[in-house]
Write a protein that binds this ligand. Structure first.
Ligand code: SF4
Ligand code: SF4
Length: 436
């Protein structure tokens, strides 16, 4: 609900000098997914910067203004395409934080968001949810529900949530605290096991740790680590994100490692931004900067190290999907592709419109179900067009989003993380372990 007060307070409003970098050229428009969907100037990066400027000049946060900010995926495709180097990621992050503090959302919206953040960043709570989910899936209730018309009666957000529920993960014991390297030690690294990742994708964590060890890393998985704060940060929950960031820094500093490895693009991107997030923090500002320079995406680190382990052939055709927080947020496009190309027999295919978000975007596909579904189906069609046998992507959110879109289209395609593919090759597993 709009309030008759200036849109922004003095606590880190979107910065005027960053807005002034925008020369209104419009080069970013064709790469903005919401501009592609709605064709509205105010749903483009240039339009949103115009609204931020109005806010900075004292306009109130109107419902319409907040709607345009909310519809932004935070995919940062505009950052890649902007020739003037506009740091839109800082502008939208500051704007979201102001919106979360100063705009009164509807009761339903508030409760829904609160519930999401009561669960998503907490592995213990997620684990309880996962076991209920397992029963729901094992008893066949999910497939019966999906075939019935009851599903269509659910509100859009709950329907989206149901469609995105992960499959029960294969059993995977928790990572040991220390995994020794194969052969001579090349690096000592710590792995972020994540919150959603740890509960629903423990097999991806296990594959990542095996690959890192095979490539000569001593791998530490520090106890006591929790959520890195990525979901909170991208949703404008600044204080919560800062709390998670401080705890992550404290935990990983104690591990005494050269690198901190993330295998989820959103987490890696958030951790690389800790220096900026904690820039005013009296105890953690400098430590956050030191921490951030150590962070690597798993593919980035494997590429940096160069192959040490023998790769066995995997004769298959794979398509690689760029997660936005890897390609646009961390500027990592070549490393995952080159890492996959070290596998004999593997053919890599490019996906049309690879710079356009799949609609996952943190909690976007739960909050903005309709545009997210349209983007998901657009992405799924482009993936299918490649004729690949397997889709590879380094972000759990993208994987769930594209899988849900394929399911709605009644299409089947296996999806995996790049580290799972590399692990299968290093371990000499057959292609069917990835494609069945
Ligand atoms: S972050 Fe993505 S959705 Fe938002 S303005 Fe930029 S390109 Fe558009
Ligand atoms: S491409 Fe950059 S400078 Fe041009 S309108 Fe978009 S944000 Fe502004």
């Amino acid at each position: 609900m709009a309030r008759d007060v200036p849109a922004f307070d003095a606590q880190h409003p979107p910065a005027q000098d960053l807005m002034d970098d925008c020369v209104h050229c419009g080069f970013c428009l064709p790469s903005c997914p919401t501009y592609l969907l709605f064709g509205e100037e105010m749903d483009s990066p240039r339009g949103r910067i115009y609204l931020m400027r109005e806010g900075l000049e004292g306009e109130s946060l109107t419902d319409a203004m907040v709607r345009h900010f909310d519809l932004c995926l935070g995919c940062l495709s505009c950052v890649t395409s902007c020739p003037s180097g506009v740091q839109y990621e800082k502008l939208i992050a500051a704007t979201r934080q102001q919106v979360e503090r100063r705009y009164e959302r509807t009761r339903y919206d508030r409760i829904f968001r609160k519930l999401l953040f009561r669960f998503l960043p907490y592995p213990t709570r997620l684990r309880a949810l996962a076991s209920t989910l397992r029963t729901y899936q094992a008893l066949g209730i999910q497939s019966a529900f999906r075939k019935s018309r009851l599903r269509e009666l659910l509100p859009a957000r709950l329907r989206a949530m149901e469609g995105l529920t992960p499959e029960p993960p294969p059993h995977s014991p928790p990572l040991p605290v220390l995994i020794p390297p194969h052969g001579k030690r090349r690096r000592r690294v710590a792995m972020l096991t994540g919150c959603v990742q740890r509960v629903f994708f423990p097999h991806v964590n296990a594959a990542t740790a095996r690959v890192l060890a095979a490539e000569g890393c001593e791998v530490v998985a520090p106890h006591g680590q929790g959520c890195c704060g990525a979901l909170s940060l991208h949703a404008g929950r600044e204080q919560e994100a800062m709390t998670f960031a401080r705890r992550t820094i404290d935990t990983f500093e104690a591990a005494g490692v050269e690198n901190v490895v993330a295998n989820v693009a959103g987490c890696g991107s958030a951790m690389k931004d800790y220096g900026y997030l904690l820039r005013d923090d009296p105890t953690h500002a400098g430590r956050a900067q030191n921490f951030a320079v150590k962070v690597r995406d798993a593919s980035e680190l494997v590429h940096e190290l160069g192959p040490a382990a023998i790769r066995h052939p995997l004769p298959l055709i794979a398509a690689y999907h760029d997660p936005c927080h890897l390609a646009h947020g961390q500027k990592i496009r070549a490393a995952p592709r080159e890492v996959l190309r070290t596998i004999p027999g593997l053919t890599l295919r490019e996906i049309r419109e690879s710079e356009i978000c799949c609609g996952s975007a943190g909690i976007y596909n739960l909050i903005e179900a309709e545009p997210a579904a349209r983007l998901g189906e657009r992405k799924a069609l482009n993936v299918l067009e490649t004729g690949a046998q397997l889709l590879v992507t380094g972000n759990a959110g993208c994987l769930l989003q594209i899988r849900a879109s394929l399911n709605r289209m009644r299409k089947q395609l296996p999806l995996t993380h790049p580290m799972q593919v590399l692990d299968a090759s290093i371990c000499g597993e057959p292609v069917t372990t990835l494609t069945r």
